[in-house]
Ligand binder design. Structure first.
Ligand code: SAM
Length: 225
């Protein structure tokens, strides 16, 4: 072939690494996420292996995608924003409520954390567990249960991340934060739109910050809808 751009041969795999680099630069860095460790983590996790085969070519698009059972894998920017908001230190113990595909848990694991992630739909929990193990994310433990009251047996957590929208901040999640600066990030609002809240604990004091609007699937269970 001379000159011009070579068209992709049907069936040929896209250059996933290139797509991932572009995603990080334009969707994430370009929107103001600055934490180098978070940018590098998103640059490493193979997002296309966390979505159903039919959506694989859209894996690095600027959008959430369906993962079955009426649930979604979150938009890459939202994953980055929430991860940055947790201000994680290496080795931090983290709880994620809402495993879904396991993608966010893999991003957390890339930040050298001990990760506990909870999913209430057993089929999603099982699929995520297998996927994370196959990709070598051995420091992630997937729990198949209602995560809205947290995981008291594993508390305290340096950070708690809820990836589904609830009607309020569940009191048990606040209680399970480490007393010396533990951080909880959670979408709170109605079933359609929420604000992203960051709650930071210092002893018996809890400081709340509004990180902006967002849209998540509902948090169900004891402390959810
Ligand atoms: N973090 C996921 C990822 O990286 O793919 C995306 C999460 S998806 C937006 C929200 C998930 O929260 C769904 O899989 C849903 O089943 C789960 N969920 C909702 N309420 C829950 C609860 N009480 N306990 C555990 N999981 C819950």
């Amino acid at each position: 072939m001379t000159g011009g751009r070579r068209g992709r041969v049907p069936g040929e795999q896209p250059d996933w690494e290139l797509l991932r680099r572009r995603m990080v630069r334009s969707q994430i860095e370009g929107r103001g996420v600055r934490d180098q460790r978070v940018l590098e983590a998103l640059g490493r996790v193979p997002r296309h292996l966390f979505v159903p085969a039919i959506s694989r070519r859209s894996a690095y698009d600027d959008t959430p995608l369906p993962i079955g059972h009426g649930q979604t894998i979150s938009q890459p920017y939202m994953v980055a924003l929430m991860t940055e908001a947790l201000c994680l230190r290496p080795g931090a113990k983290v709880l994620e409520v809402g495993t879904g595909s396991g993608y966010q848990a893999a991003v957390l694991a890339e930040l050298a954390c001990e990760v506990h992630t909870v999913e209430c739909i057993p089929a999603l929990a099982e699929a995520a567990r297998g996927r994370l193990l196959a990709l070598g994310y051995n420091q992630v433990r997937v729990h198949s249960t209602d995560g809205s009251p947290g995981l008291p047996a594993e508390a305290p957590f340096a950070a708690v991340l809820v990836t589904a929208g609830g009607p309020r901040v569940p009191e048990p999640l606040r209680q399970q934060l480490a007393a010396d600066g533990g951080v909880l990030v959670i979408p709170v609002g109605n079933r359609l739109v929420q604000i992203l809240l960051r709650v930071t604990r210092h002893g018996s004091e809890y400081r709340e910050e509004d990180l902006g609007g967002c849209r998540f699937v509902p948090l169900v269970g004891e402390e959810g809808w």
